[in-house]
Design a protein. Structure first.
Length: 182
């Protein structure tokens, strides 16, 4: 599973075109969910500000676990930088540990950027659902996860196939996107 996550990280989070594709596909999915196209850029900007200022809609997103149900939180490799720091303190400044720490830093920052993109889009959907569609916070979060995908809620067969050494690493997106597109 860790090797599969590392491979996905290299193909998605460490890949600038992958980051852009994710952002655009989430904007398209948001529009397919019923958000008027003219509102999408405005909502993205508003969600970004809400996250930067810890605004009300972002607090709702965090309250219901939006940030832990994203692709990056569920499927990308996350280094254990605190353990690497502890190991450095115990062993000293070995050059390989320094390289390992730099690599961990880069992997984590790429994953954080990818997760920020997903969080912005889900927060934007929550804002739209609550303000334009007059949904309550639970329904708005449910709608955001429905259209922009909750990667933490997969059945065990899908989870197995996406993590298997010879499996389908991006199966979750396909199984969640197909019904939305239909």
């Amino acid at each position: 599973t860790k090797v599969q996550q590392l491979w996905k990280t290299s193909k998605v989070a460490l890949n600038p075109p992958g980051q852009v594709r994710n952002f655009i596909s989430n904007a398209v999915l948001m529009q397919l969910s019923g958000v008027p196209l003219r509102r999408v850029p405005w909502l993205i900007n508003r969600a970004f500000r809400e996250i930067a200022e810890n605004g009300a809609h972002y607090q709702i997103a965090k309250k219901y676990g939006i940030t832990v149900s994203t692709f990056s939180a569920q499927e990308l490799f996350r280094s254990k930088r605190d353990l690497l720091e502890l190991e450095r303190e115990m062993r000293g400044n070995h050059p390989l540990l320094a390289i390992q720490r730099v690599g961990a830093f880069i992997l984590d920052k790429a994953g954080d950027t990818y997760q920020l993109s997903e969080t912005i889009m889900k927060t934007a959907k929550i804002i739209d659902a609550m303000e334009r569609e007059k949904m309550g916070e639970v329904d708005a979060v449910t709608e955001a996860n429905k259209w922009l995908f909750d990667y933490s809620q997969d059945n065990r067969n899908i989870r197995y196939l996406r993590n298997a050494p010879v499996g389908m690493p991006f199966l979750t997106f396909a199984t969640k996107a197909a019904p939305r597109l239909l």
